[in-house]
Design a protein around this ligand. Structure first.
Ligand SMILES: Nc1ncnc2c1ncn2[C@@H]1O[C@H](COP(=O)(O)OP(=O)(O)OP(=O)(O)O)[C@@H](O)[C@H]1O
Length: 587
């Protein structure tokens, strides 16, 4: 091999070696660079990641920024509004302040005014108060004087009443009371169509009590000018006055009964005017009258029984005997409601006779002995079951008969207790002496048994005593009535005719008595014949007029008031004390 070629190859090898080492160096460098590149890629990827994250954060920031911008804009507009409101409010506040200021000034101004007015008013009030106190003191003085005057007036009124009553008694006048009943449902009911059409005016109240002694009637009749009529009676009850008040005025008559006077109380009036209510109280077949004091609506009869037994129980020494008879006068026939006929039916026809002494008497009349108000009321209720009643157009429970309840009271009194008073009154004319021997022999008098006539009671023979017999007649008359108004026909019409005739007979008797006629027509009707001793005799007689307050019954009311006024004019003999029935001396 040539040297040159060797050299060349050497050089070439060297060169190759160089190049190889260069290549190796380059490759290492490449590897290094690739490694760097990879690192850089990694870093790039990292940077991409960071950039992406930054981008999303930037996006977030952007949206937050937008939101913030939006909020800011909103806040700004809100702030603007708030600012405007605040400005407005400030303005208003300013206005208000100035208004308050104005108000305050006004207030102060008015306050000053009012204050001075108040001060004035207080000063005036003080003066007024002083005046008022003076006036009050004067008013108290006046009131006291008024009370004194009123008291004196009441005393004078009582005295006047007592004097009037004495005068009535001395002149033998009939005492007349008048009771105006309240308006009741049946006053505004009527089967009559013509009435129905005029109902308002018909139920108008035309009868009034102006005081406790005067009745005022406003008379208005179609085609006549209106005029007022007044009637005076011993007592007038307004519609609100109770059964208790009515009985309060009747009550002293029971004391008179025990004092030895005969007493008669009768109710008179048109049908439905309240006679039975006043005399008996409300009752019906199924609901009899009680004798309980709790019953506020009890009438005169049950109250009288209670009061009589109360008075007797207060005076144990009188040894009383109380006998009762109940009589009904129906169609001018007299029925003894306590007697049974042969077939055992109660209500036996009896007759009235005039005795030799000129007294009326009912032979065989049953007298039942009673010892308590309850026993008495049992008899009354039994009798009321028999009393004839029929419905009329005026009211459903109309009594078609006169009812006469007679209580005969026999009491023992010391011999001189009545005589002194009798002599002072010079009334000792009528002495019914029953022979004392009969009692002294110890015979059992027939009057101990239930029997046909009231009789004296046994005496304590160790003392000088006498028996006094007095009679209390309680009469519930049947109602006077206008046939057209009551709408009765047939039997009812016959009853009405008898009722009206007997009431006319009663009026005739009063007329004859007031004119002091020689003949008094007692015998024209059984009613007047039976009541002869009470009406014309020496009993204390009280007529209780019952009237309706309404226009519908004006004619009947005027008739009843006229009857009462005429009754007041009657001057009979003075009421007399009953005297000895039996007397006895100690052995
Ligand atoms: N003062 C009064 N207070 C309340 N109700 C009364 C009053 N007076 C009468 N009444 C009522 O009026 C009605 C008729 O009264 P009442 O039966 O006493 O009349 P009267 O005059 O006896 O009638 P008649 O003669 O037809 O029997 C009864 O329902 C009775 O309860």
């Amino acid at each position: 091999m040539p040297a040159k070629a060797l050299n060349w190859s050497f050089i070439t090898n060297q060169r190759i070696q160089q190049l190889k080492s260069q290549v190796r160096a380059k490759e290492e460098r490449i590897v290094e660079l690739e490694t760097e590149n990879a690192v850089l890629h990694l870093k790039l990827a990292e940077c991409h990641g960071i950039i992406e994250r930054s981008n999303s954060k930037t996006m977030q920031f952007c949206s937050l920024y937008n939101e913030e911008q939006h909020l800011r804009r909103n806040t700004y507009s809100n702030l603007t509004q708030i600012y405007q409101i605040v400005q407005k409010f400030k303005q208003e506040l300013k206005d208000f302040q100035s208004f308050s200021y104005l108000l305050m000034r006004n207030f102060q101004h008015h306050y000053q005014d009012y204050l001075s007015q108040i001060v004035d008013a207080i000063q005036k009030a003080q003066i007024e108060n002083e005046n008022l106190q003076l006036l009050q003191a004067r008013a108290i003085d006046l009131e006291q004087s008024l009370q004194e005057i009123n008291g004196r007036y009441q005393v004078e009124k009582q005295k006047r009443k007592a004097l009037h009553n004495n005068l009535v008694e001395l002149r033998g006048n009939i005492r007349v009371h008048c009771r105006i009943r309240p308006l009741l449902p049946f006053d505004t009911e009527s089967g009559d169509l013509a009435f129905q059409n005029r109902l308002t005016s018909l139920s108008e109240k035309v009868v009034h009590s102006t005081d406790d002694e005067t009745v005022l009637v406003k008379c208005s009749r179609p085609g006549h000018p209106l005029f007022n009529k007044t009637f005076q009676f011993e007592r007038v009850y307004n519609p609100l006055e109770s059964q208790k008040i009515v009985f309060g005025d009747v009550c002293p008559l029971l004391t008179s009964l025990l004092d030895g006077y005969n007493v008669c109380i009768m109710t008179y009036g048109q049908t439905g005017s309240g006679k039975s209510y006043t005399m008996l109280g409300p009752h019906s077949e199924s609901d009899p009258i009680s004798s309980s004091e709790a019953d506020q609506e009890m009438g005169i009869i049950p109250r009288a029984a209670g009061e009589l037994f109360r008075l007797l129980s207060e005076n144990q020494t009188v040894n009383p005997r109380v006998e009762v008879s109940v009589v009904e006068i129906y169609n001018n026939e007299l029925f003894d409601l306590l007697a049974k006929d042969s077939s055992g039916i109660f209500g036996v026809k009896r007759d009235v006779i005039t005795t030799k002494e000129g007294k009326s008497n009912v032979p065989l009349l049953t007298y039942e002995l009673v010892e308590s108000p309850a026993e008495f009321m049992r008899l009354i209720n039994k009798s009321l079951q028999l009393r004839v009643k029929h419905p009329t157009l005026v009211h459903a429970d109309s009594s078609r008969s006169h009812l006469v309840v007679t209580i005969t009271l026999t009491i023992s009194v010391p011999f001189d207790s009545f005589a002194d008073q009798q002599s002072s009154q010079n009334l000792c004319k009528e002495i019914l002496c029953i022979t004392p021997q009969k009692v002294m022999k110890g015979e059992k008098p027939s009057f101990f048994s239930r029997g046909p006539s009231p009789a004296p009671i046994p005496l304590d023979l160790t003392e000088q005593q006498k028996q006094v017999q007095t009679k209390l007649q309680l009469v519930d008359l049947a109602g006077s009535e206008c046939v057209g108004m009551s709408g009765v026909t047939g039997t009812g019409l016959r009853e009405t005719s008898f009722i009206n005739r007997s009431l006319a007979a009663l009026a005739d008797v009063l007329g004859a008595l007031s004119e002091h006629r020689g003949h008094i027509p007692y015998r024209n009707s059984k009613l007047t014949h039976l009541l002869q001793d009470s009406i014309g005799g020496d009993a204390k007689l009280l007529v209780m007029l019952c009237v309706s307050p309404c226009q519908k019954y004006l004619a009947e009311t005027l008739q009843s008031l006229g009857f009462g006024s005429r009754a007041r004019q009657v001057q009979r003999v003075q009421a007399k004390r009953r005297n000895l029935l039996v007397s006895s001396k100690s052995k």
